[in-house]
Design a protein around this ligand. Structure first.
Ligand SMILES: Nc1ncnc2c1ncn2[C@@H]1O[C@H](COP(=O)(O)OP(=O)(O)OP(=O)(O)O)[C@@H](O)[C@H]1O
Ligand SMILES: [Mg+2]
Length: 238
């Protein structure tokens, strides 16, 4: 496993899922247009029908402080230095964990769904911007940034599919969407490396299939997590 060579195993061991009985933390990952937001809405409905209290968070953002940082990044007209970018995302995330995630998970029956999380930082800043996985993992190795989801759905699509769906959406391009194909290829490679590093936590989903098929797969995996009730103990292998 080539990626593991350059990564401090102690740092890797610092990552754990939050342990609150009956509550779960999920995240969705994938490049622009993968279908994250679409799938999250449907999963939220499904979980609410099972009487869970579902809270969807978007990254960066989710708190007043985080939303301001989100604007600073996504609406920036000039290029942001990769280190500034990585630290801004980590700042928004630390605040979100402290202000929202940890407090909400204390209530049993809560499911937090994050629209992007740590793996976006690994893919975008670690590989896309070239800071390296080691840097991003180090930056997240202390509490509360070392908290990772119980389950992460990586919805995988290719660059062409992403472009096609972005065109259909017809919205103005944001900071990341205006990047070229090379950048997207790097992101996909970044996500693949994250999968290598966290094979138990991250589930790869083929995002080029029909919406309903993807949703069924996601529901089956979520049901399995809940039935195994993994959140009561710290997961050793993430
Ligand atoms: N499996 C699918 N098949 C066909 N179209 C899809 C599929 N999934 C999503 N779409 C369409 O692609 C577009 C992008 O989907 P969505 O907004 O959910 O992606 P996203 O991953 O949240 O993107 P972003 O990172 O830009 O927020 C939407 O118009 C959506 O309807
Ligand atoms: Mg979205």
């Amino acid at each position: 496993m080539k990626i593991l060579k350059n990564i401090d195993t102690e740092v890797l061991k610092s990552f754990r899922a939050p342990a609150f009985p009956g509550s779960y933390f999920l995240s969705f990952e994938g490049i622009e247009g993968a279908g994250k937001s679409t799938q999250i809405i449907q999963l939220k409905d499904y979980l609410e029908s099972k009487n869970f209290n579902v809270i969807v968070l978007r990254e960066p953002g989710g708190t007043p402080f985080g939303e301001r940082l989100r604007k600073a990044i996504l609406e920036s007209k000039s290029e942001i230095h990769p280190l500034a970018e990585a630290n801004l995302f980590a700042s928004a995330r630390a605040q979100l964990l402290w202000e929202v995630v940890l407090k909400e998970l204390e209530n049993p029956g809560t499911i937090i769904i994050a629209d992007r999380y740590l793996d976006s930082s690994l893919a975008y800043q670690g590989v896309g911007r070239g800071l390296g996985f080691g840097h991003i993992l180090n930056l997240h190795s202390q509490f509360p940034l070392n908290l990772v989801p119980h389950l992460t759905f990586y919805i995988e699509i290719d660059v062409e599919t992403s472009h096609g769906r972005q065109k259909l959406r017809n919205a103005p391009k944001d900071y990341f969407e205006s990047q070229g194909d090379d950048f997207y290829t790097k992101l996909i490679s970044g996500y693949n490396q994250a999968l290598e590093l966290f094979p138990n936590r991250i589930k790869r989903i083929d995002g080029t299939r029909k919406l309903d098929e993807i949703q069924s797969e996601i529901r089956v995996m979520t049901d399995k997590l809940i039935s195994e009730n993994k959140s009561v103990t710290d997961q050793k292998e993430l």
